[in-house]
Design a protein around this ligand. Structure first.
Ligand SMILES: *Cc1c(COP(=O)(O)O)cnc(C)c1O
Length: 448
């Protein structure tokens, strides 16, 4: 894609349409100062890890697709504000369209209520706030593998948060959930289709059934895993469809286009299945208002000013990458899952590495084998990660801390000379990882 040319042409046409004007002298800067500031700036930017490159297989990080950048920059140069329809009519329209497409992806009926947010954190805050307004005085239950934001936001909202134990694979334990439902007044259960640490999917179908029996709401934190729902669709799904299908009947849902939707940071999304929750935002508004097409985004969002460019970038990207299992975004995500399965298979066959858990999505966890004490395991994992990133031909992984319970279960023979220990974790979220696994595995094996 010829990038800067397209952008420059669009900007020229946009400006010329409105006639000449003279920029104010106060905004002029001397070119030599631009040059030196630019040199200093770009030098500092080189201090980043190479998130775009397959050699970076550490945290949940990757750059946006070039199409998303082009879409973002074109709108950003105009700088519409999706706070109100007048702040940017075209990008506000685009926001409604992409929000509806996301709701459609989860099999929701129309119209859904929702909007884009700065990210998953604020989107979850908003969903929990609505949960509190609907069930005041009630607690929120989330698994002990849920994102830490839920515990923190319960404190922000002064709600009781109830962590629910997980099984040894990291999924919410249903007996523990039933016990908690008897013991606490729970109004909302948070399910996670794809935990941030291990990338495992809660048994959402079973949790939804339990919640319906108890008259409790369900919120899905699909910030990371939401788009994987595509791989649970179609005739020959790559992932177990049952938990993802159940997302069609949760009450609210958060998904981050800036994680697996090819977007730059600043693009989360919150959805509410029943548009009537809109009345929670503004008691003066008529209920019908929120089911009509004239949805006023500023009135159903906790954030006021929001970048129209984020909506524009997502809209443009979705023209090119449909939310489909076998074309568009589906194959992008499938490549990461294939990469994870490929690496897990190689690790299982290796005598220097041990797989911690078979990957459900695109996160692989493993550790150096033949270690007899927790302190040695922890040190060996940290040493391996560091030596890989400091090598002349580096690669980048991350670390995951296992607690006492997980270690006792997974490594019962290991001497428990400390409470917890770190192992290695790799998020294979770029499709290029599909063809980089042999290289990554060789790097790691050689570093041992
Ligand atoms: C990343 C993540 C969040 C937080 O979202 P941000 O976009 O980083 O604010 C919340 N929940 C889950 C499951 C996540 O993976």
């Amino acid at each position: 894609m010829e990038f800067s040319g397209k952008l420059a042409q669009f900007m020229r046409e946009w400006h010329e349409r409105w006639g000449p004007y003279a920029p104010h002298g106060s905004l002029q800067v001397a070119m030599d100062r631009v040059e030196s500031a630019w040199a200093a700036y770009t030098e500092r930017l080189h201090g980043n890890y190479p998130f775009f490159h397959p050699r970076y297989a550490g945290q949940m990080l990757k750059p946006p697709h070039p199409a998303a950048l082009l879409g973002y920059w074109a709108a950003q140069a105009i700088n519409p504000n999706n706070h109100a329809l007048d702040g940017g009519p075209p990008t506000s329209e685009m926001e409604k369209e992409v929000v509806q497409k996301l709701a459609d992806m989860f099999g929701w009926g129309r119209p859904a209520l929702g909007h884009l947010t700065g990210g998953g954190t604020i989107a979850n805050l908003e969903a929990l706030w609505v949960a509190r307004e609907i069930h005041p005085e009630c607690a929120v239950a989330y698994s002990d593998q849920a994102h830490y934001t839920h515990g923190r936001m319960c404190r922000v909202l002064r709600m009781e948060g109830v962590p629910i134990e997980t099984d040894f694979d990291g999924r919410m334990d249903l007996d523990a959930l039933e016990r908690a439902l008897r013991k606490h007044r729970i109004g909302t259960i948070v399910v996670t289709p794809g935990t941030t640490g291990l990338g495992v999917v809660d048994p959402i179908d079973e949790i939804v059934a339990i919640a319906q029996r108890h008259g409790v709401r369900v919120h899905a934190d699909a910030a990371y895993g939401g788009f994987f729902t595509l791989l649970a669709q179609g005739d020959d799904p790559m992932l177990d469809p049952a938990p993802f299908r159940a997302l069609a009947s949760v009450d609210s849902l958060v998904v981050d286009p800036h994680k697996h939707g090819l977007q730059p940071y600043g693009c989360g999304c919150v959805l509410f299945r029943d548009p009537r929750v809109g009345k929670v935002y503004d008691h003066d508004s008529a209920y019908t208002y929120f089911t009509s097409d004239e949805l006023h985004l500023g009135e159903i969002s906790l954030e006021c000013s929001r970048p129209g460019a984020a909506a524009g970038a997502l809209w443009f990207t979705m023209q090119l990458f449909e939310l489909e299992p076998d074309r568009g975004l589906g194959p992008v995500l499938a490549a990461g899952v294939n990469a994870a399965r490929d690496w897990a298979t190689r690790i299982r066959e290796s005598d220097r590495l041990e797989l911690y858990q078979w990957p459900e999505l695109d996160i692989v966890t493993f550790f150096p084998s033949k270690v007899s004490r927790r302190s040695d395991l922890d040190a060996a994992s940290a040493r391996l990660m560091r030596s890989l990133m400091e090598a002349p031909d580096p690669c980048y992984l991350s670390l995951l801390t296992l607690d006492d319970r997980a270690l006792q279960h997974a490594l019962p023979e290991m001497e428990p000379d400390r409470e917890n220990a770190r192992i290695l974790r790799s998020v294979l979220m770029k499709p290029e990882h599909e063809h980089a696994i042999e290289w990554l595995h060789d790097r790691v094996s050689a570093a041992l």
